[in-house]
Design a protein around this ligand. Sequence first.
Ligand SMILES: *[C@@H]1O[C@H](CO)[C@@H](O)[C@H](O)[C@H]1NC(C)=O
Ligand SMILES: *[C@@H]1O[C@H](CO)[C@@H](O)[C@H](O)[C@H]1NC(C)=O
Ligand SMILES: *[C@@H]1O[C@H](CO)[C@@H](O)[C@H](O)[C@H]1NC(C)=O
Ligand SMILES: *[C@@H]1O[C@H](CO)[C@@H](O)[C@H](O)[C@H]1NC(C)=O
Length: 833
Amino acid sequence: MALTPLMSSTAVVLMAFAAAAAVALHPAVAAVSYDRKALVINGRRRILISGSIHYPRSVPEMWPDLIQKAKDGGLDVIQTYVFWNGHEPVPGQYYFEGRYDLVQFIKLVHRAGLYVHLRIGPYICAEWNFGGFPVWLKYIPGIRFRTDNEPFKAAMANFTAKIVNMMKSEGLFEWQGGPIILSQIENEFGPLEWDQGEPAKAYASWAANMAVGLNTGVPWVMCKEEDAPDPVIDTCNGFYCDYYTPSKPYKPMMWTEAWTAWYTGFGIPVPHRPVEDLAFSVAKFIQKGGSFVNYYMYHGGTNFGRTAGGPFIATSYDYDAPIDEYGLLRQPKWGHLRGLHKAIKLCEPALISSDPVVISLGNSQQASVFRSSSGYCAAFLANYDSESSARVTFNGVHYHLPPWSISILPDCKTTVFNTARVGVQTSQMTMERVGGFSWQSFNEEITSSNDESFTTVGLLEQINVTRDNTDYLWYTTYVDIGQDERFLQNGQSPVLTVMSAGHSLHVFINRQLIGTVYGSIEDPKLTYTGNVNLWVGSNTISILSVSVGLPNVGEHFETWNAGVLGPVMLNGLNEGRRDLTWQKWTYQVGLKGETLGLHSLSGSSLLEWGEVPQEQPLMWYKAFFNAPDGDEPLALDMSNMGKGQAWINGQGIGRYWPGYKAYGDCSDCDYRGTYNETKCQTNCGEPSQRWYHVPRSWLNPTGNLLVVFEEWGSDPTGISMVKRTIGSVCANVFEMQPSMRNWHTKENENSKVHLLCDFGKKITKITFASFGTPRGVCGNFSEGSCHAHKSYDPFEKKCIGQQRCSISVVPEVFGGDPCPGTMKRLAVEAICG
Ligand SMILES: *[C@@H]1O[C@H](CO)[C@@H](O)[C@H](O)[C@H]1NC(C)=O
Ligand SMILES: *[C@@H]1O[C@H](CO)[C@@H](O)[C@H](O)[C@H]1NC(C)=O
Ligand SMILES: *[C@@H]1O[C@H](CO)[C@@H](O)[C@H](O)[C@H]1NC(C)=O
Ligand SMILES: *[C@@H]1O[C@H](CO)[C@@H](O)[C@H](O)[C@H]1NC(C)=O
């Protein structure tokens, strides 16, 4: 279909780039601008579907496949943040290699034919360590982050310019023939501005001007920043954004973060968002006139090494995204959204050239109709009722709308998609054990001292001392006990109290572990209190304070403390209470094993490793292994372990903490009704994260080194390598509407079940089939009160022994209607072998 671009008279064309115009071939057309309806690329308004994929959260070997899967899923744009602390670990020393090869990532997106939305930030939040800021930034004299502060603004301007110039010199902006159509400065600043007033306003306006002054030739956005100064576009982030109106009538309605679920934290349940609701929220946004939607995340990936923010952000950043942490399609999420994107694209000519007219179809039902003067018509029929389905009449035709759903009619007649009718199969993933390890151990020293240890009076803030080069800081002091202490006779041991700003600590008395405490994602502070056995003479109190990711969000989070700030008290002595806070304390940064580089092949080979002892705290373990065959993604099953870190061939797998069980509400999940991050959770009472992704590309065929540092003292023989594979496939679809049955429409496709096994596998067994009112989810279906007795028959006949099969969801196929008048669905589960 040929499109007639309608440039509105209020179009703001960002052509303020003299240099750009000189380089571009057709500067008048080859530009990205915007108007009140949409981004305008090369003179044409576009409805754009985007997805976040963060390059350092996977490995370069995964990038082409992730990008291709995003393209196949119907995306036009890949959105990524830029990770300052990964790129400038030391002031003025830049790193753009490996997982941080930003240019290579953008070039791969370009090669796949997709656009890029580059969110430079450089504050990015992102559940990333320190919100993306390098820790050294905190120690620039006089600095205050994200406010009208000269040292901060100078550093921010420097890094932003560095990235923009790099993109220009690589020819990556759209006017240069590259893929970047959009940038972002700052990130979710609105809430801070609200709290801080004038200095924040001045800073926001400075940031916008600084960015615009870099002449990128593409628009800038500021998300969650309603005051975004012209020409920067203010955009919405959230679970729903249909309520959002840009601050100026000539700016388009854009959704920079459509949350596909939420992050995982240690100690909290794992969030999931039903695809029916996600699709509903996107359709609702488009029907209101929105023209840009970005899924945050489309592939979440992994917080490798110590990159997780926090504190207490988990290593997995899966986000229940359409492409899972391992790079596999998450079905039915990926497939159902793909159907949504196709339907939206069919509506694009009408969407970009008209404004919606809303018609009421019932109490909670309405139609949004886009009818252009050139004859295009697209309609969205919505049922906002969160309980019941509805039958509506639109243009004289009856339509059946499931609860909390939107049907899309690209020609104002034919339903090609309904957000609640998921016709795509579900793949039930399993973690299949492929082997264990044979371990050796090395005992970490308790209170060792090295060249860098030092002694001073009083307690020091942890990050001030470690500069976050390690999670670990030892605090050591001594307590003299006289022979006349009464507790030596009466057996009432003194009580030690240690107060810490976070995030976790282990207390040792005379080298014996006496306790472990840790904070939570809501409150990182913690207090240790316990009885201690002290002997006559000098006793050593050693506290290993452990950080678990630096904060990534919150007002002036750069000033938040970690570590043992006290008081530290000893109660129950003859003198009553002895305050140890202002004694001399000896500090040692990091573990001995870290100094020795035990995580690496070279470091670990320098010393003798021993047998694995019975559950001892602070132990290093190492094992060699060969790469499992096949190409399925791999993970470590750490479910038996407590807390620590793991490395493979020197690369950081991340922090593991299965010992921290998730506490929360995991009751049933219904797609209907307003979603929030606590609604559809799993893992209550279990580890928040059990499996840890091992990228295949980090392995050699043989002789791989796995090193684990375990703080709590769990037995490593329980660790195993697992492969992620498809266990069973399921489908769960509504029956076809009677009124639609005689039509040859795409809805017929929507009302068929398709089962498909991986290449080389066949359907070996139907483990469940019910046409009626089945309940439950893939892996745990059960029959409802209505069930057709011949539910299994068509599957047994047409599917067993096949790689794929399709069955129409109409009563005749299952031996007749088991409960006339009730809206039925079909649930089926099959095993591929
Ligand atoms: C800006 O970058 C230049 C060159 O890399 C460096 O010399 C300067 O110190 C930086 N300034 C700030 C404030 O970071
Ligand atoms: C961090 O160290 C600096 C000096 O290096 C000191 O002025 C500051 O008070 C310390 N901060 C804390 C919280 O201890
Ligand atoms: C989140 O959703 C749950 C379940 O629907 C609800 O009980 C809770 O109040 C919601 N929380 C917020 C903050 O809206
Ligand atoms: C299976 O579903 C039933 C109810 O439909 C529920 O009570 C049970 O906990 C579920 N089992 C699992 C393993 O999810």
